[in-house]
Design a protein around this ligand. Sequence first.
Ligand code: ZN
Length: 287
Amino acid sequence: MDSETRLQQTIHAWLKQKLGTGYDFAWIHQAAPVGPHERPALYWTAFPSAQRSLPSSALVKLIQGVFDRHKDHSFFLLRQRIWTTAALSEMDRGMVKLTAKRARQIQEETGLFKGIEEIEEHVVAEPEALFFESSLLQPAPPLPEALFKDEREIKAYLENLQAQVPRGDVLHDYNRPIAAMLVGPDRRALALSLHQGSINKTLHAEVCLCQDWARAGRDALIPEGSRLFIGLKPCQMCAAMISHLSRDVLDFRVIYLQDDPGPLAQGTTLQRDGRQISWSELEPELS
Ligand SMILES: [Zn+2]
């Protein structure tokens, strides 16, 4: 075993000693000084292992928390390897791909814990929390009350909402005009969200929607026959989270209004499973 792996196993043992069993852990060990830190630092969080069906995880909380609470050096931190004790799900891999660099699952430690010295500890998100709770998150727009009469009306509603997103001067420093809306089988709006990536790179409209939905205690179950309308073709991170949340819903489809030809929107879980369709493919099907 190399010394790097041994160090990470020691960290795992240390975290387990703090919280006991029943948790997945995720952390970044920052060996070289970053920002104001002169000592090696550990950024960590945990996640209750029994809740793995939710659109969250130790790794998701860690990345979301680093962007939120350690924004100034998030770029440096997320270039380090992320260690986690749970098997990496597609959702985890999607978020790493979009916002970080690399992640690895650590195997169960076997050695005795001998203590860690000289480490600066940062709890990035509360271990018991199911989701990272951002203080910067804007509330979702209010849900339209009336039922939509058809898909074209849903599209127009989404486009109108997107057109109202103010555009800033600096690239990457404003929220992109992208909305996502979950519509039930009777064409009632069930959930609605806007892109909030300017404050936290993980907060694409779809991530906000999935997490809000699960956060609101709806048992994370999306009704059969629901459709998720999105302004732009979902990226790998969002597709994997949508798939994670909707995996047991047989009749569920994602409809996106604009294509995204970029590499991060190709080969996604939704594409692979045939669960998404573009507006231009859908339109001929409409009466
Ligand atoms: Zn996305």
